[in-house]
Design a protein around this ligand. Structure first.
Ligand SMILES: C[S@@+](CC[C@H](N)C(=O)[O-])C[C@H]1O[C@@H](n2cnc3c(N)ncnc32)[C@H](O)[C@@H]1O
Length: 227
């Protein structure tokens, strides 16, 4: 089972202090998600953390402030987000813990792996297509210590649910940890991958078929769907 998720400490940033453009309420993690992540990471006491897709730096601010250990983050499109990820972390005095790569995860993650970096917590919120998330999980797993956790954002998306379904049905040495927030999927690495060389189980899932369509429509109507 997961260690205690901890409680919000005095070090928790105020979500309202983060600068997020008024016209873009769909990119950053929500306040509830950010505070959940802070409590989770504080309880895990990680030695290093990782994040794919920094965006406005909301998730980074709540992860870094919870642990104050090296936080590896990557994002090739900070310019599209007015460099607010970096600016917000600087404003909150959290940037000294940041090891930032202005790069795609498919470039930065293999680099971290080859450098022997190890983390105890990884948050995946970068590219949102199935193959993006799958590659991010694949490398995050190789970088993750045993006992570490991987948190997937946007569980409403079929791409995210399908990656989670692959983990549940195929990957050994992982267990799903329930979270109170339905848009997050938390996975804990309990052991090594002991699959046979020819192992394969189908992982198609109907889960989120409805919520994906409804959420896509809702976001399109509200103009909250990123390009
Ligand atoms: C939804 S936003 C992340 C929001 C962030 N978690 C927050 O709370 O502010 C997704 C981010 O992933 C970045 N991104 C997209 N594809 C990526 C990739 N392949 N590798 C790394 N980052 C990527 C985008 O530039 C964007 O900043």
């Amino acid at each position: 089972m997961m260690e205690s998720a901890g409680t919000l400490s005095a070090t928790v940033p105020r979500y309202e202090d983060l600068e997020i453009p008024a016209g873009d309420r769909g990119t950053a993690v929500s306040k509830a998600e950010a505070e959940f992540m802070h409590a989770l990471v504080a309880g895990l006491k990680p030695r290093a953390t990782l994040e794919v897709g920094m965006g406005y730096g909301c998730s980074a601010a709540f992860i870094i402030s919870a642990a104050r250990v090296p936080h590896y983050a990557m994002d090739p499109m900070q310019a599209d987000y007015h460099h607010l990820g970096l600016k917000n972390l600087r404003k909150l005095g959290l940037d000294s813990h940041l090891r930032f790569f202005p790069d795609y995860s498919h470039t930065a993650l293999p680099r971290l792996l080859s450098e022997g970096v190890k983390v105890d917590f990884a948050f995946i919120d970068g590219g949102h297509r199935f193959d993006d998330i799958f590659i991010d999980f694949y490398y995050a797993d190789l970088i993750l210590e045993r006992g570490g956790h991987i948190l997937l954002h946007d569980a409403w998306m079929r791409s995210t649910q399908t990656v989670a379904s692959w983990v549940r049905r195929n990957k050994t040495g992982y267990e799903a940890v329930p979270t109170p927030l339905k848009n997050l999927i938390l996975l804990r690495k309990t052991g090594e991958d002991v699959r046979a060389w020819n192992h394969f189980r189908g992982f198609a899932t109907w889960k989120s078929l409805l919520s994906h369509s409804l959420n896509t429509l809702k976001r399109r109507i509200r103009g909250r769907l990123p390009a």
